[in-house]
Design a protein around this ligand. Structure first.
Ligand SMILES: Nc1nc2c(ncn2[C@@H]2O[C@H](COP(=O)(O)OP(=O)(O)OP(=O)(O)O)[C@@H](O)[C@H]2O)c(=O)[nH]1
Length: 416
């Protein structure tokens, strides 16, 4: 069983941050990584910073390569290595199309070859996710300062995210920045329907569930009604994720998709869905205002997304109980204060995130992908106070989640 990720002690200062190039206000897309990250290899004595890695996922044909190509050709100032978890002939086609900007080199064999594209990006294609392939790539550390990893359209990004998040093989050299999911505005809903009909949790659902940001792509090809319908379906799977409508993956600001630092010191982005009324348990509807957990819940058969509010300023004992509760849920798929009557646990958490404050004035974040999770202190005092102005929030996304049971259990655990 995977362990809790409380061991991380590193400073996030080594994670490149996209800074506005405010000196060039005419070109808001021009972004510059922190100078200290560039040319790190030139100063042999300085430790190399961890390289942020963004996972680009999405179902077959959703526009992953198109987004990749768009990012590579934008002026962001990063030297990017690309890992493509593709198989078969399509890998060659993809490699060539991604590097069209390298002009005459378009027929070159790209595996482990670095090509410089006009905006200064270094492109390197690694065609599988084998540990050896990534280790090989990391031998060239210092020649690139960002990694984009495109999964196959049929991949579940959860295990890939887990592999890069505090993994002992890569924890020192790579930091997981975020999971970007391309969702096809034309065919995506149909695919979700198919997933649903199968009765299993399909890849398309897992990709949405795991996303830190979703690009609802090909929005030029469908009506606004279709876009709204699709957004509602996406919210059903991942209640609090930011969703952007895009054409060919174009975003107003590249920071929408890269340098999110979603697993680092930044507070998780939890978008409140104001379009759906809160679902209250019978207990709440009975007129009691507990002032604690209220759930926004959405469910598609298979995957449920729940959004809870947490009480302000958890006491040390509440914090301790909450920690045990979340650990039991994430690791064992059960509620720590509920008996399973000997039954096998049926809940599986695919993704969880949260932000809450404690009575000592600290603000904490929770991040989890499948059985890996960490609770970390974001800071304390005025600097972080604005992050939790009201109650804290907790998002749980997974299969087999019984919202009433979970809400009741959480309420009991947090009641003083
Ligand atoms: N009209 C339109 N076409 C798009 C858009 N995004 C991508 N496409 C086209 O859709 C097709 C598939 O895009 P890709 O970027 O190859 O999709 P992918 O997710 O990488 O595909 P796989 O790797 O096969 O899973 C290509 O022909 C793109 O040019 C968009 O927003 N609008």
């Amino acid at each position: 069983m995977s362990g809790q990720l409380n061991s991380y002690e590193g400073e996030d200062d080594d994670v490149p941050t996209l800074l506005d190039s405010t000196s060039n206000s005419d070109d808001p897309q021009t972004l510059t990584p922190r100078a200290s990250n560039l040319g790190a290899s030139e100063n042999e004595s300085a430790p190399l910073p961890r390289v942020p890695l963004t996972i680009i996922t999405g179902f077959l044909g959703a526009g992953k390569s198109t987004l990749l190509q768009y990012i590579l050709t934008e002026q962001h100032g990063y030297r990017i290595a690309v890992i493509m978890n593709e198989f078969g002939d399509s890998a060659d086609i993809e490699s060539r199309s991604i590097n069209v900007s390298s002009g005459g080199e378009s027929n070159a064999t790209l595996s482990e070859e670095f090509l410089e594209v006009p905006n200064g990006c270094m492109c390197c294609s690694v065609k599988d996710l084998g540990v050896a392939a990534i280790e090989n790539l990391m031998k060239k550390r210092g020649r690139f300062d960002y990694i984009l990893l495109e999964t196959t359209g049929l991949a579940d990004p959860g295990p890939i995210a887990s592999m890069f998040w505090q993994n002992e093989d890569f924890g020192e050299s790579i930091s997981l920045d975020g999971v970007v999911c391309l969702f096809d505005a034309v065919f995506g809903l149909e695919q979700l329907e198919k997933d649903r009909a199968s009765g299993e949790v399909g890849e398309c659902q897992r990709q949405v569930a795991c996303a830190d940001v979703i690009l609802l792509n090909k929005s030029d090809l469908v009506s606004s009604e279709q876009l709204e319908k699709t957004e509602a379906a996406l919210r059903a799977l991942n209640t609090a994720v930011p969703i952007h409508r895009t054409v060919r993956g174009h975003v107003d600001d590249l920071r929408t998709v890269i340098a999110l630092n979603a697993y680092g010191s930044s507070p998780p982005t939890i978008v409140s869905d104001t379009t759906t009324p809160a679902l209250h348990s019978a207990e709440h509807d009975g007129g009691h205002d507990h002032g604690h957990e209220h759930a926004h819940a959405h469910a598609l058969r298979g995957v449920t997304s729940l959004l809870f509010s947490l009480p302000r300023a958890l006491s040390p004992s509440q914090m301790e109980r909450f920690d045990e509760w979340i650990r039991t849920l994430v690791w064992e798929g059960r509620l720590s204060n509920e008996s399973t009557d000997g039954d096998e646990p049926t809940m599986e958490i695919l993704r969880c995130k949260g932000i809450f404050s404690t009575s000592d004035g600290a603000v904490h974040t929770l991040q989890g992908v499948r059985t890996l999770y960490e609770v970390r202190e974001l800071g304390r005092g005025d600097a972080v106070k604005k992050e939790v102005e009201e109650d804290g929030r907790l998002v749980l996304i997974g299969s087999g989640l019984d919202e009433d049971k979970i809400e009741r259990s959480l309420h009991q655990v947090l009641s003083t």
